[in-house]
Design a protein around this ligand. Sequence first.
Ligand SMILES: [Zn+2]
Length: 455
Amino acid sequence: MIRKTAAVWAGKATGTLSRVSRRGGGTTLPGDIARIIDPKILTRLAKDLTYGSIVVTGTNGKTTTARLLSWLLEGAGHRVVANRAGANLIFGVTAAALNRAGSDGRLKADWGVFEIDEASLPKAVDEIQPRATLVLNLFRDQLDRYGELETIAKKIEKALGAVPETSRAILNADDPRVAEIGLNLARKPLWYGLDDISVASTTLPHAADARTCPRCGSSLIFDAVYVGHDGVYRCPNHDFSRPTPEIAATNIKLDGFDSLALTIDGTRIEMPLGGLYNCYNVLAAYAAARSIDLTAAYIADRLRTFKAAFGRQERVEFRGRHLILVLSKNPAGFNETVRTAVELAQGKNFIVGLNDRKADGTDVSWIWDVDFEMLKGKADVVIPAGNRAHDLAVRLKYAGVAAEQPQTDSGKALDLLIKSTREGDTAYLLCTYTAMLDLRAELVRRGWASPYWET
Ligand SMILES: [Zn+2]
């Protein structure tokens, strides 16, 4: 106990110092320090939670899904501790827990909602012992990050196989890699999936990376494709097919980045969040919330007023233009944000931002897997930005997109946007993680947005 309290105090002091020195809002360093003093600190803090934790993992959608869950729990009167986006390694989770611990070293919250990087899931599940673990999808991320999807899938499967009986796995049936994990588990998971072919396509996008049967290696047959390689699939050799989802979304209506509506088990959900990919996030959060006994009527009512997280469809007014900031960090994610902006929102003006820092992935060759061809003939203004703006310009040229001069300076990219658009126009900022941070920092510097650690 003394060790735990000491670890909490040291962690909290580190957090205060790094916030004062403005080094990124003090999101992970306190976790590092506290774990040195007490390596079991996270396990001890997690035990203080009144009801337990929900852990969210997957390549895309973690932040939004975790935020949806926090929103639902907080609206029901629960005190929730959650980690910040981008702080989804074990240190970030530890830091979040420390931040909410009192001077007696106890974590003062009812629920923990933690988004966890796929590679960190085994450690997190072992230390946190969550009530529920959500696996959203497994897409190929930036190439240099964690290696093969199969390796990650095996690790997640092992972690989920080791949780106590009271812990529930909630899995996306539409993702072949996630389905393989769930089908191998001794205890049946709770499956969710989309069930509305009116919003499906029949062909896989260029970037789809789970085309083959995990059992026999044959090419999977897709009867419907929703997002990336997520859809309704089966193996021609009948040894593997999409599990039937118990929680399914039907009657899906999409309106650009503005809103979505879907029906789950007779309950109509309408909310201010856009894109088919967000239907998955809403469905995942719904499944988790129902698994801990929040009512369907309450969930529908509460989601109506949901507000998106930083960089996830965040809206900023900038010199008379409406900017919509949409984080786009890998081929599957980019394809969906471009598709939503072009096809559903009829977007005309874009800044596409690409950086190659550690958080973005240092190898940027993945941009060749993004179907930027969708912008061709549809977009009026496309400004390649970020420190790899020139690579992006080459990719756009090959896609037949008439792009502006590449801008490696965020300020200049925004100035060019003002020059090339009119007042009242809407522009979409589709950017990798640090490219988004850079553009946002520039908007903050010019007084058009508030610093992220205050929102
Ligand atoms: Zn097969």
